[in-house]
Design a protein around this ligand. Sequence first.
Ligand SMILES: *Cc1c(COP(=O)(O)O)cnc(C)c1O
Length: 429
Amino acid sequence: MSPETLLSQQSPVQTSPAPAAPAVAVFQPEVFDQHVMTTYGRFPIALEKGRGCRVWDIQGREYLDFVAGIATCTLGHAHPVMVDAVSQQIQKLHHVSNLYYIPEQGALAQWLTEHSSADRVFFCNSGAEANEGALKLARKYAHQQLGIQEPVVITAQASFHGRTLATVTATGQPKYQKDFNPLMPGFHYVPYNDLAAMEEAISTLDADQRRVAAILLEPLQGEGGVRPGNPIYFKRLRQLCDEKGILLIFDEVQVGMGRTGNLWGHETLGAEPDIFTLAKGLGGGVPIGAMLCKRHCDVLGPGDHASTFGGNPFVCGVALRVCQTLEQAHLLENVRARGQQLRTGLRAIAQKYSALLTGARGWGLINGLVLREDTELTSIEIVKAAMAEGLLLVPAGPKVVRFVPPLIVAPSEVDQALEVVDRALAQLS
Ligand SMILES: *Cc1c(COP(=O)(O)O)cnc(C)c1O
C-alpha cells in the first residue's frame, strides 16, 4: 500500500489489495526475550495459524488445541463467524469512545441481560478489570447503601481473580502476591466450599467492627485446580447473603459463556449472584470483559468508573455474534456431550494410570485430570509430553492438567486428545 493511500481519508478497504503480511522468516526465542518482558513461562513453540480446534507452529507442526487461548476461543480459530464479524465491524466502525452511544454495546448488553438474571452491564477489556469494576461497585454500595466505611470483601483460598493490585489481593494464593506488598486493604480469605468457615469469618469480622460488604467466588475454581463449587454450599451462601445484606459476586471470567454446559457457571449451582463478571470466552478471543449486576445494586453513576476501550464497537460487534452463534449452533448441547465424553475417557485413563492419577473432575468443557499428591510427577510434565505428541494442554496448578477446548470441538477430536494423553502417560510411567 502506498504512503498516499495510507494517509487517504477514503477508506482503502475497497480500493487496495490487502498488504502482504510481514513474513517471520526465522523465529528466535532469545531475540524475543530480549525485547519482551519475561513475565510468562513460555513453551518453546511459536504458533502462527489456526483453524477450528487445530493450530500450526512456524515449522508447520500441527497441534490439537485443548487450551483455546485459555478457555477463550469459544468458536475455535478462524471460524467463519469470527472472520465475518471481525471484518464486517472493522469496515464499519471500530472505536469511538464512550463519549457517545454505541449501538453494538447496547445490543450486546441487551443480549446478556436477556439471557441472565442481571439487569445492567459495564464493559471493559479483561477479567481483572471486570473484577476491579465489581469490587468498586461493592465498595460504593457498602458506603452508600449499608453505611460501611471500611468494607471487607471475603474471597476463597486457591481462588484466582486477576493480576491488578486489587484483584491479586482478592486472589487467595500467596504465590501470586509475594513481592507486591503492600496489598490492598479490605480482603479476607476462607476455604472454598466450607459454609461453617464462612459463617465464622463473617461473625469474627463483625465482632472486630469490620463489616462484610461482599463475597467474591468462582462458581468453579479454574486456575486453582478445576475445583467445582458445591451446589449445597452455594445455595446456603445465597440465603446467608440475603439474611445479612451481603452482596454475592461470582467471577465467571473462565466458566461463563457456555463453558460449563450452561450459559453461566452459577446455573450449575442453582444460586444467583447480585453481580458477576465475564471476559475470557465472551469475545471468542477479542479482548473484552464485562461486569453485570442486578438493578438493586447498580450504584455507579456518571464519572464513577470508565474505560477508554471498554465496550467499543469492534469488540462488542464481535462478541454479539459469538453470543448469537452459541445459541443458533446449539453449542451448549455440544459442550455437555463432548464434556461427558472427555470426562469418561479421562476417568478411564486415571484408572489405567492409578499410580500417577486420582481421577478427573469438571463441568462441560472445563475439566481437570488430577495427579496423585504422592507422586513426583507434575502437571507441566504431562503438558510437555502431550505437546510433543501434538496436543496443547495447560496446567491448573502443579497437580492438575486442564482441558478447555473450543466449544465447537468434535467427537473425533476428543478421542484424539484422549489417545494422546494415554500415550503421553505411557511414556511418563
Ligand atoms: C483468567 C481469569 C481472570 C483474569 O482475567 P484477565 O483477562 O487475565 O485479566 C480472572 N478470574 C478468573 C476466574 C480467571 O480465570
